[in-house]
Design a protein around this ligand. Structure first.
Ligand SMILES: NC(=O)c1ccc[n+]([C@@H]2O[C@H](COP(=O)([O-])OP(=O)(O)OC[C@H]3O[C@@H](n4cnc5c(N)ncnc54)[C@H](OP(=O)(O)O)[C@@H]3O)[C@@H](O)[C@H]2O)c1
Length: 269
């Protein structure tokens, strides 16, 4: 199966290409801006993949509040272009979405629970999911959360950088979610045989404070981490208080999430 990966320079894109080896073709943002429908069509005709994983997205949650046009161009319109082009050519599509489509008011979230994004990024990703499934009813949309890998801009690399700069870190302790190792997500995306929406996230809910504590324990770093409340750390974008994804559907499909702590240890060795 020849798989084309969009957003190939991102943390998930790189994890996918590592896993795909010679069966993967990666197109980074500069080579394929997905908001350009003609460029998307040309790329599919040039590479003729059996499957596309759309890992391209505008992912800067706070910045999206002040540049919604760019967020929607990538996350809604770009996703729609990829889906239409795949549908027209009979190409399987795996598209990525986010826990931030939910409002955070329930302890955990199943695929058919009501959405209610609290920020521009979440609204743009929800619009993208809907556009993808409208244009390509056979597509698979995988919602994931709190993605990390050894490289790229993510919570793990940010915590390790801040620990070198400051003796005490203040970390939000009242938002709950599931950290997800990009390598484990890549495995799941290539293994899942399904259509519609599937949740996939690392095993075991925690808080950002719990995640930070695990990072410094695994990295054997002595850092003081003060738990703080969301209200003590104002950000331009509101975030859901609980975005724990229920992964029962993925498990029933035979694709079982690994404990995120295993992924974290693998990142730090
Ligand atoms: N990171 C998380 O915690 C998280 C959580 C839940 C869901 N997700 C979803 O998981 C997927 C992968 O995320 P990630 O963490 O790998 O993100 P990432 O590291 O930011 O990678 C996204 C890639 O997409 C590229 N891109 C942005 N706009 C584009 C456009 N218009 N056309 C083509 N490429 C474009 C970016 O390139 P530039 O950097 O050059 O712009 C970047 O290389 C996304 O769909 C994201 O919404 C992520």
């Amino acid at each position: 199966v020849k798989t084309l990966v969009t957003g190939a320079g991102g943390q998930l894109g790189r994890a996918l290409l590592r896993r795909l080896g010679g069966a993967g073709v990666g197109l980074p943002h500069a080579e394929l801006p997905i908001e350009d429908a003609a460029a998307v069509a040309r790329a599919l005709d040039a590479h003729r993949p059996d499957r596309v994983v759309n890992a391209a997205a505008y992912t800067q949650v706070d910045r999206a509040e002040s540049e919604p046009g760019i967020a929607f161009a990538a996350n809604r319109d770009g996703a729609a272009h990829v889906a239409r082009a795949c549908a027209a050519r009979g190409i399987r599509l795996v598209h990525l979405s986010t826990d931030y489509v939910f409002d955070g008011t329930r302890p955990s979230w199943r695929e058919d629970d009501p959405t209610g994004p609290l920020n521009v990024y979440g609204r743009s990703k929800l619009a993208g999911e809907q556009a993808v499934l409208d244009a390509h009813p056979g597509a698979l949309v995988v919602r994931t959360s709190w993605l990390f890998s050894r490289d790229g801009a993510n919570f793990v690399t940010t915590m390790l950088r801040l620990a070198r700069q400051r003796p005490v870190l203040r970390v939000v302790a009242d938002q709950r979610g599931c950290p997800t190792h990009a390598d484990d997500l890549a495995r799941a995306l290539l293994a899942l045989e399904a259509t519609g929406v599937v949740h996939f996230a690392g095993d075991g809910p925690t808080t950002w404070h719990g995640f930070a504590t695990a990072i410094f324990a695994a990295a054997r770093l002595e850092v003081t981490i003060e738990p703080i409340a969301t209200s003590d750390y104002p950000t331009p974008a509101r975030r859901p208080m609980s975005s724990v994804l229920d992964t029962s559907r993925a498990r029933a499909l035979g694709v079982v999430p690994a404990p995120w702590l295993d992924g974290l240890r693998a990142c730090l060795t």
